[in-house]
Each structure stands twice: as C-alpha cells, then as structure tokens.
Design a protein around this ligand. Structure first.
Ligand SMILES: *Cc1c(COP(=O)(O)O)cnc(C)c1O
Length: 412
C-alpha cells in the first residue's frame, strides 16, 4: 500500500490511507474497548458520588495518552491526572475539556503556561502558592489558578506536613486569584498485603480534613486513593479516586486483585524477520551466551531493548509463536531478539509473533515480563519506546495509529 506524503501525514492530522498498518512489523496493540470496560468496572466499585480521575501520565502508562484520555472520559472518567505540565497541554490540545490535575511539583517558569491551558496544580508549600498567584496575576486576572493542596501523610515525597495544612489553605483562600479545588494525599504502601500504614495515612488525612472544615475551608474534592487503595476499600474513596495502572488492566502488585471484567489493554506484536538454522556448536548473539547442542531453528524478531524489551529478559523471557511458547535465545540486542522455534514447528518469515500481553497466545503478560526482570508492570509499560507504533483498536476496527510522526486517526 502507498505511503502518504509528509504533508498528508502531518502530526495529529487525519490520513486517508491506512499506510501505517503496513508500517513496522513491531507494534503495540491498544484495545480501547478493554480500556472503556475497565473504566466502567472500576467506576462500578466506587461509592455513590465518588468520581474517577483517569491517571494518564507517562503517555498513558505507555498506552498513548491522547487516545486513552479520550476513551476514559467517554467511559465515565470525570477528570484526568498527569505528572507534568507538558502532558496536560498535550491533552488540552487534543481537545480534552475535563479538569486536568498536574499531580507533582511544577517548575515556576511553567505555571503561566499551565494556567493558560486551565491545568490544576498541586501545591505543597507557601512558595508554590505564591508562584501560582503570581502567574495568575501576570495573566491579568483573566484566569483563576486552580490548586489542589497536597498533604504529606507519610509518603515523604511531595506535600505539606499536616500541621501546616490549615495555614496553607488559609493562604490560598486569601488570594482572589486562586481557587482551592482539592485537598489530597498519596499512599506509600496501599498495594502491600498489609494495609495498616495506608489506614494510618487515611486516619491522619481525616484529621487534616476535619481541621480544614473547622477552619472554614471546604474544598470541592478530597482525594487520596491510587489504584491499590481504590480497589481495596471504599474507605479510601473520599470524593475522587486517582486510578492509573488498574485502568490498563494491570495489577498494582500481586497482592491486589483486579475486579472481574478488568483486562489488559496493551499487547506487543511483531513478525518473524528471518529464520536462522543453528548447527551444533553455533552460538547466538552478543557474548555468545546461548550455544546450540543439536541442530535447531530459531527466528529473528525485530524488537530490542531500545523498544523497551528489556535486556534483562535475555535468556529468560519467551514469546508466543503459533500459540506455542518460544524461548528467547541469547542476549536481547538494541533492536532485535532471537527466539527458539519449537521443535517441529513449520515457522516462516512473516509469521506473527506475540511478544507480550496476550496470554491466550502463549506469550507472557506484561506483569510476568516485569517479574522476570525484578521490575513492576508500571516500569515495563511506561518503558515501551516511542518508536514502537501504537495501534488503537475499537469495535474490531483499527481507529488510529501513533508513531514517531504523531497521532494519525484513520478514516473509515
Ligand atoms: C501515579 C499516581 C497515581 C496513580 O497510581 P496507580 O497506582 O497507577 O493507580 C495516583 N496519584 C498520584 C499522586 C500519582 O502520582
């Protein structure tokens, strides 16, 4: 099929030809129907009136933030959460209209831009409050600075200590340029088997909220829960839950079960690029860490550690080839990996390979990949490189592809 010209493939433009579907053999398939269902399942667990913030930082945990945000909002997410101003701006530019909270600290120089795009900011000390007020003033009072007061109840990362919370809330309330839209905290170990520390943090957060109310401060949203806490108990729900990993169908930790109906959203795919015949004594790849003992066949798959297929998976992971398990042979290279062809299998160049994320095909899940390299699904999912095109599927149709040149929505 023909590839469009540079002009036709302009970033974020619509392309008539689905040229990209004929692009790189290696791609990530993002199942938007699974995502929508996950959003609905998780919302179904929340107490009445509790809203869902879809956390789409780090490019939607590697799934593609723009499409994920759009589908999550359509499925009932009331707000979006990001880590940086740039991430929030990307969502606004793509048309997201719901509240967007930048959950972490922000560089002062970025605040004007954040306000221009109506991003809410997390503030944890007086300096941050003043910086947001100054930015709002610099904009001539046309925009209110929406802030969420972050309270550190035990994470020791970002936020004010509880004893200073009322003072900061008063400081915010004293500035007409600012609106205190939320008060929040973050759990350090809600995904542990034992959630007693999360309970302590919630108790402390409750006392802070009571102090604030006693001082006449009543923010619209109190929020605390990440995925683990939201799945664990309605106790942690408050007015809003900030759910990331579970939306993508991945568990925060092995201790936390996902609700029935929640399933993985992303899977990684490729095709056999070459068949390699190994004679006894042949070694595979850098460092010659695999040596064939008998004649065997192997297949080259064009994915490597620069795609996020971690080098630590060398000699450990496997892929799904024709519904069978095909072990990784030798070291994973930057751009390529060799897998064993199971004995007797008539594999050929062009055969589909499922690298991860689709257990029905013999491939490991992203959670299993994470375990194999002593990591967590968060790191593996966010580590899938930009050069791996994301194919977005909805209702059995490929609706968009995101690659190095931008997001391309495909016409019917
Ligand atoms: C990333 C993040 C979340 C989401 O966490 P998950 O475990 O992915 O649900 C929630 N709140 C804050 C402050 C975060 O940084």
């Amino acid at each position: 099929m023909e590839r469009p010209t540079e002009a036709a493939g302009s970033p974020n433009g619509r392309v008539g030809v689905s040229y990209l579907a004929d692009g790189r053999a290696t791609f990530a398939r993002v199942d938007l129907d699974a995502l929508a269902q996950n959003v609905r399942c998780i919302r179904g667990l929340l107490a009445p009136g509790v809203e869902l913030m879809a956390v789409v930082k780090a490019n939607g945990y590697g799934h593609g933030a723009v499409m994920v945000a759009r589908v999550a909002v359509a499925a009932g997410a009331a707000q979006l959460g990001v880590a940086t101003v740039d991430e929030g701006v990307e969502l606004r530019r793509s048309g997201a209209a719901v509240p967007i909270l930048v959950m972490g600290p922000v560089h002062t120089a970025e605040i004007v831009r954040a306000l221009r795009h109506r991003l809410s900011l997390a503030v944890g000390d007086a300096a941050a409050v003043h910086a947001v007020r100054n930015a709002a003033r610099a904009l001539g009072g046309e925009l209110t600075g929406s802030v969420h007061l972050k309270i550190d109840t035990g994470m020791r990362r970002y936020g004010t200590m509880p004893a200073a919370a009322v003072g900061l809330a008063r400081l915010i309330a004293g500035h007409a340029e600012l609106a205190l839209d939320g008060v929040f905290t973050h759990f350090a170990s809600a995904d542990d088997r034992d959630d007693s520390f999360a309970q302590e943090q919630a108790d402390l957060f409750d006392r802070c909220l009571a102090d604030l109310i006693a001082a006449g401060v009543r923010p619209r949203y109190a929020h605390a829960a990440n995925s683990a806490a939201a799945l664990r108990s309605v106790r942690y729900g408050y007015d809003l839950v900030r759910v990331g990993i579970a939306l993508y169908g991945l568990r925060p930790s092995p201790a936390i079960a996902l609700p029935v109906g929640v399933r993985p959203v992303m899977s990684l795919h490729s095709r056999v690029a070459r068949i390699i015949d190994l004679a006894p004594g042949d070694t595979v790849g850098y460092g010659r860490t695999y040596r064939a003992e008998v004649p065997e066949r192997a297949a080259l798959v064009p994915i490597g550690y620069a795609d996020g297929y971690r080098r630590g998976l060398s000699s450990r992971a496997w892929m799904g080839l024709r519904e069978r398990r095909a072990d990784v042979r030798g070291r994973i290279c930057m751009d390529q990996t060799v897998i064993a062809i199971p004995h007797g299998m008539p594999a050929r160049v062009g055969d589909e390979v499922v690298i991860a994320g689709d257990a029905a095909t013999g491939a490991p899940g992203l959670e299993e990949l994470a375990e194999l390299v002593d990591s967590i699904p968060y790191e593996v999912a966010t580590g899938i490189a930009r050069r791996v095109p994301r194919h977005f599927w909805q209702g059995a149709r490929l609706v968009a592809i995101e690659d190095l040149h931008g997001l391309h929505e495909l016409d019917d």
